[in-house]
Design a protein around this ligand. Structure first.
Ligand code: FAD
Length: 385
């Protein structure tokens, strides 16, 4: 097979991979497409993984389609439970172990990996991270019939799990080495409002210390914190962060920084290799959210169909799924000069980040104030015009 007639190969069947292929199929009905995925290829919406306990949804109930159904619907080939182990950009080939697979264009949509907590002790197998549907299924099985959950991390995923599992009847402790929850998203007053709401559901926060050691204690585990506290739990969720997967890109000689580096056309440093979604760093931005990958999928589909197209990002607020105190936030770009101006009324907080000329650069809204997002979005500059 010449590389011209070889398929477009997409590594990954997450939201980035599937959305790209859906868009490409609309523009190029005959284009051969091969998707390769390390998981079972089920189509699901990852944000739903932190809403499943409150709604009592199993992994199967969150899945929207099997790999077979997706392959038929999109008229593509999908290889599931298959890990790409090597990329040879010069030969236009990826390898699955020893097996070479040729591509005409290659798209990296292989996502981000969880950052593992460095914790001593003999209870490592009671620590769960939830970054895909299979993780979620394993964690649900472990939490079945249990009550006490320790969540490490108070970022978006930790806060959402605290709300979701408290709503699902669990008894929750959250430990994180930060002064307030959602530290990279919210100013303190808005974070305090969310914390108050979660405490109203019975969630206990231990902010400041780290978990250093987790050991078995009967059918529970015991966690030691750097402030001398000891907490018991039935299961532990580690939600301390995600980072773009880089290993294969580095070995293939692609330029990487925090993510696989791409330009606005989503081209990596190697010809005919593109990246989007959680693994990509677009002009210096790693955006681990759905809206940027949807915009990227639309732009890259056009490029792959023969109409070179730059991606642009408009205003992209993030909704934190803490229904006890709803949150919408559009954080200012890192390093922006300006100040937060905050109005608080109980758990209803409106925080606006403005520069010295009064221009709005970001905002955080909680409680009833989330309704003001539409007006504020009109004032905000685009993330990447
Ligand atoms: P992934 O979904 O991780 O897909 C990666 C794919 O690559 C998988 O199919 C994997 O098997 C495959 N793969 C990896 N390595 C290989 C290999 N070597 N060979 C073959 N296949 C490989 N964002 C929001 O905007 N709003 C939210 O409310 C929100 N909530 C979230 C809640 C949770 C619990 C989590 C974890 C994330 C949330 N996010 C949210 C983030 C959002 O879900 C992600 O940005 C998005 O789903 C990433 O999609 P992706 O396709 O880039 O990566």
């Amino acid at each position: 097979m010449s590389t011209q007639t070889a398929p477009v190969v997409v590594i990954g069947t997450g939201l980035a991979g599937y959305n790209l292929v859906k868009e490409l199929r609309k523009l190029a009905p005959e284009q051969p497409i091969l998707m390769i995925t390390a998981d079972d290829g089920r189509n699901y919406s990852k944000p739903m993984l932190s809403t499943g306990f409150g709604k009592n949804k199993s992994a199967d109930e969150l899945a929207m389609g099997s790999a077979g159904e997706m392959a038929e619907q999109l008229n593509i080939v999908i290889r599931t439970n298959t890990r790409v182990t090597h990329i040879d950009p010069a030969a236009h080939r990826v390898f699955i172990g020893e097996e070479p697979v040729e591509y005409s264009k290659l798209v990296l949509a292989w996502g981000a990996e969880v950052i593992r907590a460095r914790v001593e002790g003999d209870a490592g197998d009671s620590i769960y991270s939830i970054n895909d549907l299979e993780d979620y299924a394993r964690f649900r099985a472990a939490a079945e019939g249990r009550k006490k959950v320790l969540i490490m991390g108070a970022g978006l995923i930790g806060a959402e799990y605290a709300n979701d599992m408290a709503a699902g009847g669990f008894d929750i402790d959250v430990v994180a080495p930060c002064e307030h929850l959602l530290p990279s998203l919210l100013p303190p007053q808005a974070a305090d409002a969310v914390q108050a709401g979660l405490e109203g559901l019975g969630v206990r926060f231990h902010l400041g210390p780290l978990v250093t050691r987790i050991v078995r204690s009967g059918d529970q585990v015991e966690a030691s914190l750097t402030n001398g506290e000891t907490l018991t739990a039935d299961v532990v969720v580690s939600a301390i962060g995600l980072r773009p997967r880089l290993d294969l890109a580095v070995k293939a000689g692609l330029q990487v920084n925090h993510g696989v580096m791409v330009n606005r056309r989503l081209e990596t440093s190697e010809a005919d290799i593109y990246a989007l979604g959680d693994c990509a760093e677009i002009e210096g931005r790693v955006l681990l959210y759905v809206l940027p990958l949807m915009a990227s999928a639309r732009a890259l589909a056009k490029t792959l169909a023969g109409e070179p197209t730059d991606v642009s990002f408009g205003v992209m607020p993030v909704t934190v799924k803490t229904p006890v105190v709803p949150v919408v936030v559009s954080p200012p770009a890192p390093g922006s000069a300006g100040q937060w101006q905050v109005e608080c009324d109980g758990v209803d907080v409106q925080a606006e980040f403005r520069d010295e000329n009064g221009h709005l650069l970001g905002y955080a809204l909680t409680g009833a104030r989330v309704m003001n997002k539409v007006a504020l979005n009109k004032e905000l500059p685009a993330v990447m015009p």
